[in-house]
Design a binder for this molecule. Structure first.
Ligand SMILES: Cc1cc2nc3c(=O)[nH]c(=O)nc-3n(C[C@H](O)[C@H](O)[C@H](O)COP(=O)(O)OP(=O)(O)OC[C@H]3O[C@@H](n4cnc5c(N)ncnc54)[C@H](O)[C@@H]3O)c2cc1C
Length: 291
């Protein structure tokens, strides 16, 4: 196997374009090394991007929030701005694996893996995130909703790298949250994951809502009918219950070793309610994004 360890982003892209289909990018390796050690995956050429420190950052300016693809999940968890204002992202990072895995695992690797139960996609979908995809001499910005194609599949081409995640500034009185169900608190994948983002007007009415579901469809999805149900309505407990039912209808889960489809559907309703209550509480307190 050929092995390269570029020191900068500018050095990495020509390698990807040279090796194309035969190259595989490795970041934290927490998914890829499992594939290589236990699932017989043998890449012809491994390009280790873990030294690209120029891709590890969380920054906010007038244009919004930018997260470098190489940012570790632990760095997201420890970031004060995310803890205070982008609570959905911080919630997901807190529930992610264990500290050892969080130190290695990157947000770009989590999206690049395109797992239906990947933890970071739902909260980012509720924040209308875009991703910057780069190849030698080219760069494009893509809505995260268009990034995932199916289990383990994304729009990423062999010569492309995920460089950055972008989130536009959010209105005041916005709150977000992520809830997940797993059998164990640590080192377990989500049976269901639900993220919500709510922007309230002065009268507890929903100016804008986003709900995203993980582990209950072939890819992380927005629950758009649920969002439409919530929009412009008074955020009562009755409405939250209705939203839970609607989100469960939008889920199309499978049965596997971790759960039956029926249990996943039922828990989608439960977690949607919890997630909406948390997001609404953060928005009502004025603790949400945009404050
Ligand atoms: C014990 C254990 C527990 C886990 N628990 C969780 C959990 O709770 N929640 C969860 O969501 N996941 C979990 N995972 C899965 C894994 O840790 C995450 O998906 C992690 O974020 C992957 O990031 P990485 O940097 O390690 O990716 P890698 O393994 O290095 O790469 C993963 C994939 O993404 C591609 N890739 C990586 N970076 C880029 C980039 N910048 N541009 C383009 N492609 C890229 C790689 O080519 C590869 O296909 C767990 C894994 C283990 C081993």
């Amino acid at each position: 196997m050929e092995y390269y360890r570029p020191e900068s982003f500018a050095e990495a892209l020509p390698l990807l374009s040279e090796f194309g289909d035969s190259a595989t990018v490795i970041a934290g390796g927490t998914d890829l090394l499992v594939d290589m050690k236990f699932r017989g995956f043998r890449p012809a050429c491994l390009i280790n991007i873990n030294s690209l420190r120029d891709l590890s950052y969380v920054e906010e300016n007038g244009e919004g929030l930018r997260i470098g693809a190489l940012t570790s999940i632990q760095a997201l968890l420890k970031n004060k701005l995310l803890q205070e204002e982008y609570t959905g992202i911080a919630d997901a990072a807190r529930q992610f694996a264990s500290i050892q895995i969080r130190n290695l695992a990157t947000v770009g690797g989590n999206l690049g893996r395109a797992s239906p139960c990947g933890e970071m996609a739902p909260p980012l979908l509720t924040l209308d995130a875009t991703v910057v995809v780069a190849s030698e001499g080219k760069e494009k910005e893509v809505d995260l909703t268009d990034f995932f194609l199916g289990p383990g599949q994304s729009i990423l081409q062999p010569d492309e790298l995920l460089r950055e995640i972008r989130i536009k500034p959010l209105p005041a009185h916005t709150g977000s949250s992520y809830w997940r169900l797993s059998y164990r608190d640590v080192l377990d994948l989500a049976i269901v994951g639900v993220a919500s983002r709510v922007t309230l007007d002065g009268d507890n009415r929903v100016a804008e809502a986003r709900v995203a579901l993980g582990a209950v469809a072939p890819k992380p999805i927005r629950a758009e009918k649920t969002e439409a149900l919530l929009k412009d309505q008074l955020l009562s407990e009755d409405l939250i219950v209705e939203a839970g039912k609607m989100a469960a209808q939008e889920a199309t889960p499978i049965s596997d070793q971790r759960s039956s489809a029926k249990y996943r559907t039922n828990m989608t309703a439960v977690l949607t309610k919890r997630s909406l209550r948390s997001a609404a509480a953060a928005a009502a307190k004025g603790e949400g994004e945009g404050e």
